[in-house]
Structure formats: structure tokens, C-alpha cells
Design a binder for this molecule. Structure first.
Ligand SMILES: *Cc1c(COP(=O)(O)O)cnc(C)c1O
Length: 396
């Protein structure tokens, strides 16, 4: 059998490569940070990590993780409900709830699992899920696993959301689902309008704060802080794999009864291992640091504002953003790849995105800012962008 299957896969892989969509991975040999070393020995400035607060290599988190290795060992060897619940897991769940101003939290191995396991236990065929068209793949997969009636509205389009909510009046319970920040444009979901529509059409709200937590809002509490709606979303999901240290882990936080039900019925929670104690310990430390000082958020916000301003002055077409994602629009797919390759030669690591990751004719370079960046890093990136922009005829 495998001979035939091998031929099939070889052809499919060739088709992926022919379409220019084959993903090659760059091997990093240093810790994640503003400056990284890749396996070729080249040192580059990294502008494509989700390391928004620069915590991926933070000494305090490393110390907390090392200490937990000594006090709590390496692994749990169990799901939570058998013997995988440690004191550190419970403490971290409490810290996350306190941070977001929610009632309770349930941890998962990843946000992908949190989203994969949130819908099916809560909603059935009598119910409705109304989902933004640009929601993360894990939300799309989670919705697929659930029997609820599905409605989709165009990205952040409130007229369309209202239309879908009217249709969804036919169902028993309604849940509006949105990413807090959309990863390709860096735009923030219009939560004030979503909240108003949810109240008008009697719906609940779920926000995936994976790209917004730690980033958006003055103290990094995400879009519920930005829109001053603490406690108003029934469900928030998020990751420990981006701003919050970047290791691994996800969570769902929100109303007590919802979290209770997820602990009883959520399949990725019931049938998958609990996160290692060292990750929980570093997570606890991280939330303590976030409540002690706002330095990292302030630095990230300053870095983002500085970069956006200088790039606009340089003449680049930048999508408006309230997040730490800055989309430098180039529109042409090949240009986006050439531009990114040239930037790498200049020591700037960014990724060019094009169809089907973004709409056709909307190719861009996505720059992700971090509190790990110093002004010299930003200046170097802006200078490199400007040089390559002129060479490739993007700037006059
Ligand atoms: C990154 C991301 C996830 C997945 O997070 P993991 O913890 O890495 O699984 C889910 N949702 C959104 C919106 C994300 O950006």
C-alpha cells in the first residue's frame, strides 16, 4: 500500500512547492530574543516572533522554572482529573482569572486545545455560534466539532454581524466568537459594538485574546481592557505561548459555571496531559511580574508607536493598528518575498505573507514589535526597510 501512497504524497508535496507554498523552517540556535542566531551562523534582528513582552528568555521566568524542576519534578504523567493537578496548576488558574477579572480558569496544553474544546461541551444543535470570518484556525476547528448552527460574519463587519444575529434568533443560545486582535492586519475587534449587538440580540461573547493579551490595553489585559468591558465577555481564551513567556500552554477563563462544565466535558482537557510544573511556575511568576510593574507594556507600546511613525514618515503604506502587529503593505506576492529576502541579507528577519494567507493582491510584510527591541534595533530595521524599499522601487 505505502508505495502508492508515497507517490501520491510526493506529487502533492511537489504541487505545494510549485505553487510556492512549501514552508521551509529556519533553524535558530540561540534563545528566542530581539537578536537571534540561525544555524548558518548569521545573527539577525527578529521581527517575526510573538515574543511581544520579550519574556521568552527572561531570567526571572527561567529561575522560577528551574526552581519548580527541583521542587515539583519534570512531568505530571497524567491528565488533570486523575493525578495531573498540582498546586502550581491551581495557583496559575487563579492568577489568570485575577489578571482578566474573570471568575475561574481552566488550563490546556495549548490555546489550540482551549479553542478546540470549548464549543462542543457547551452548545448543541439548538444553539448558534456566530463567528468572525478571520478567526483563528483553532476556533474554526472547534466550531466544526460542535453541533451548533454556524453563522459567519465578515471580518469586524458589524452590519453583517447584526444580519447574522437576526437569523440566529431562531436558536436557543447564541455565542458570538471573535479574535481580540487579528493576526494578519493587527486590527482589534470592535468590542464596544459587538457588546452592544450582543445585548440587543441576546447573545454571549467569546474572545480569543491570544494576540491581544499582554499587548493591548494600557496594562496588557487585552481588548476587554481597551474597551473597558472587564467581566463582560462570558468566555476568554488565550495562550501562554505568545506574550506570556512563549513556552507552551493555553487557557479558557470566564464564568464559573462555564469553566466547571469544561472541566467535566472538554475533551482536550480530559484526554490530554497537564502542562509541566515548570511551565506553570514560570506562568505564575509572569503574572506576578505583570501586576507589579507596567514597564514591559509601556516599552512595547512606545516601540510600536515609534516604529509605525518612522515607517509612515519613510513613505511606507502601513495598516492602522492598535496591536503590536504592523502590516507593511506591498500588495504584490513576489515583491513581498523578494523584499523579505533582501531584508534578511540586511540582518532583519521578517516574513512576507501573500495569498492564501492574506487576500489576493494584499501581500505584505508583517512586522511584530517586542519589548525586547531597543531603539537601536528599531532604527536598524527602519533603515533596512528604507534601503530595500528604494532598491525595489517601493519608495521614491
Ligand atoms: C496563536 C494562536 C492560537 C494558538 O495558540 P497555541 O497556544 O500556540 O496553541 C490560538 N488562537 C489565536 C488567535 C492565536 O493567535
Amino acid at each position: 500500500m505505502y508505495a502508492a501512497f508515497k507517490d501520491f504524497l510526493t506529487q502533492e508535496l511537489a504541487a505545494i512547492a510549485d505553487a510556492g507554498l512549501y514552508k521551509n523552517e529556519r533553524v535558530i540556535v540561540s534563545p528566542q530574543g530581539a537578536e537571534i542566531e540561525v544555524s548558518t551562523g548569521q545573527k539577525v534582528l527578529n521581527f517575526c516572533a510573538n515574543n511581544y513582552l520579550g519574556l521568552s528568555n527572561n531570567p526571572k521566568l527561567i529561575a522560577a522554572a528551574k526552581e519548580a524542576l527541583d521542587t515539583h519534578g519534570y512531568g505530571m504523567s497524567s491528565v488533570r482529573f486523575i493525578c495531573g493537578t498540582g498546586d502550581l496548576h491551581k495557583t496559575l488558574e487563579r492568577k489568570i482569572a485575577d489578571f482578566f477579572g474573570t471568575e475561574d480558569t481552566i488550563l490546556y496544553a495549548a490555546a489550540f486545545d482551549a479553542n478546540g474544546g470549548v464549543f462542543e461541551p457547551l452548545l448543541g444543535q439548538e444553539d448558534a455560534i456566530i463567528s468572525d470570518s478571520l478567526n483563528h484556525a483553532s476556533i474554526i476547528d472547534g466550531v466544526r466539532l460542535c453541533k451548533a448552527v454556524r453563522y459567519r460574519y465578515q471580518n469586524a463587519d458589524m452590519d453583517d454581524l447584526e444580519t447574522q444575529l437576526k437569523l440566529a434568533q431562531a436558536q436557543r443560545f447564541r455565542l458570538i466568537v471573535t479574535d481580540g486582535v487579528f493576526s494578519m492586519d493587527g486590527n482589534v475587534a470592535p468590542m464596544d459594538e459587538i457588546l452592544a449587538l450582543a445585548e440587543k440580540y441576546n447573545a454571549m461573547i467569546m474572545i480569543d485574546e491570544s494576540h491581544s493579551a499582554g499587548v493591548v490595553g494600557h496594562t496588557g489585559r487585552g481588548v476587554t481592557e481597551l474597551y473597558n468591558m472587564k467581566g463582560k465577555a462570558e468566555i476568554i481564551t488565550g495562550t501562554l505561548g505568545k506574550a506570556f513567556g512563549g513556552a507552551i500552554g493555553g487557557f479558557t477563563t470566564g464564568k464559573k459555571e462555564i469553566i466547571d462544565m469544561l472541566r467535566q466535558r472538554s475533551r482536550p482537557y480530559l484526554f490530554s496531559n497537564s502542562i509541566p510544573p515548570l511551565v506553570a511556575a514560570a506562568g505564575i511568576k509572569m503574572f506576578e511580574m505583570m501586576t507589579e510593574t507596567n514597564d514591559l507594556q509601556d516599552k512595547l507600546h512606545n516601540n510600536t508607536a515609534y516604529f509605525m511613525q518612522k515607517m509612515t514618515v519613510a513613505g511606507f503604506d502601513i495598516k492602522p493598528t492598535q496591536s503590536a502587529i504592523c502590516a507593511v503593505m506591498l500588495y504584490d506576492a513576489k515583491l513581498s518575498q523578494d523584499f523579505a529576502a533582501r531584508l534578511l541579507k540586511e540582518g532583519i528577519y521578517v516574513i512576507g505573507f501573500y495569498f492564501p494567507v492574506v487576500p489576493r493582491g494584499q501581500a505584505r510584510i508583517r512586522v511584530q514589535l517586542s519589548a525586547a527591541h531597543e531603539q537601536a534595533h528599531l532604527d536598524k530595521a527602519i533603515a533596512a526597510f528604507t534601503k530595500v524599499g528604494k532598491d525595489l522601487g517601493v519608495l521614491k
